[in-house]
Design a protein around this ligand. Sequence first.
Ligand SMILES: Cc1cc2nc3c(=O)[nH]c(=O)nc-3n(C[C@H](O)[C@H](O)[C@H](O)COP(=O)(O)OP(=O)(O)OC[C@H]3O[C@@H](n4cnc5c(N)ncnc54)[C@H](O)[C@@H]3O)c2cc1C
Length: 430
Amino acid sequence: MNIPKSNFPRIIIIGGGFAGIALAKKLSKKEVQVVLLDKHNYHTFQPLLYQVSTGGLEPDSIAYPIRKVLKDFPNFIFRLAIVDEILTSKNIVKTNIGDLEFDYLVVATGSETNYYGNKEIEINSMAMKTIPQSLNLRSLILENFEQALLTDQYHERDALMNFVIVGAGPTGVELAGALAEIKKGILPKDYPDLDTRRVQINLIQSGDRILKEMSDKASEKAEQFLEELGVQIWKNMRVTNYDGKTVTTNTDDIFETAALIWTAGVKGVGLKGLDAKDLLGSGNRIMVNQFNQVKGFPNIFAIGDVACMQLEDAPFGHPMMAQPAIQQGKNLGDNLVRLLENKPLTPFVYKDKGSMATIGRNKAVVDMKNIRFQGVFAWFVWMYVHLFFLIGFRNRAVVFVNWVYNYVRFDREARLIIRPFNRNYDAFKD
Ligand SMILES: Cc1cc2nc3c(=O)[nH]c(=O)nc-3n(C[C@H](O)[C@H](O)[C@H](O)COP(=O)(O)OP(=O)(O)OC[C@H]3O[C@@H](n4cnc5c(N)ncnc54)[C@H](O)[C@@H]3O)c2cc1C
């Protein structure tokens, strides 16, 4: 890996997501050598991935080069690497570019889509956890319409213009709202020779309400907003399979679609060497104590989505969201310095700043600790908060300008098939 030796202790951070970057910033200019490893050379702002998938934003405006985040930190080294395994007994990280010894290790690998063991759904559905996946989805959505133009058979067209989203958490709700706005504002102009009124957006939720982590009011209002936009919501329904054409459910309803989008769950990105059964908690996450220390390893820590800190008020760990990840990163940064100074560590205390989701133009729901609101004001708050947390002035400026442009013009100009997804459409032909 060609990492210079240092007189300072070496801390390896795996993952430059919200947690890893927050930790890195805390360790800048401290007496440690920090090596950050990530399989991408950029940080992804995942909350806006759905806007990339639906042509509202270009991918570069929600990504930021990790090297640029670290450019002013003299004690930092970044390597583009996929971590394969941790040799815990030897304090070694094994990667595709070589092995590296550590004094302290922080696992901040985030989460990945959870298919709950259904391989057929995994192979045939679309996920939206990374920028490449979002670009695949953008291409597929557009390619489905191009394909629909090629047939005069109504049932084939309908299947190609049917979008089925599984999971009505914030991601599913935001995606459904965005697709409904495209149906209304863009498709009739782009595809005048298709009857785009027949486009269907189906949102399937296994429980009895959407946005189940939010308040009843937010859930009801979001449902109302989606219905106004023409989204069909199916509650108390579980998808049992998808063979690439037909979606089957536990209620015996079936859907024919060329686009099943799976946003029904996530699980921790585990690593070989830290995958023993007794180390893992709910959702394949690594069990940690209140200092984010991994059980049985005083010099190994896990933070963010991949960490499961079971507490009385959080029996399944903290929500897999940006705020817990950022806050854990910051707390661990302080604790690592304290550890090196032989001072007692500070337990992590999560400050819940609330949650929010946008459904579309002028439509959002916000739950904060003491106040809940929905509608236009919530939408402005949603936009402000997302702009604030984006990394980089350029990204903020580009996203802001895009949003103003899209608002004024009722448009989403990034509807480009730059990297075709090339789905096989044979099953949709008679
Ligand atoms: C579509 C979507 C919308 C979301 N919307 C919201 C929202 O509105 N609000 C909110 O609070 N949260 C939202 N979230 C959740 C939020 O993005 C995550 O909780 C947050 O990113 C977790 O941060 P993290 O640092 O733990 O992991 P991540 O940000 O996922 O970062 C993990 C990093 O680890 C790297 N990595 C993983 N495995 C390896 C490996 N083996 N080797 C090297 N590098 C590796 C990855 O490349 C990545 O850079 C959303 C998530 C998604 C997918």
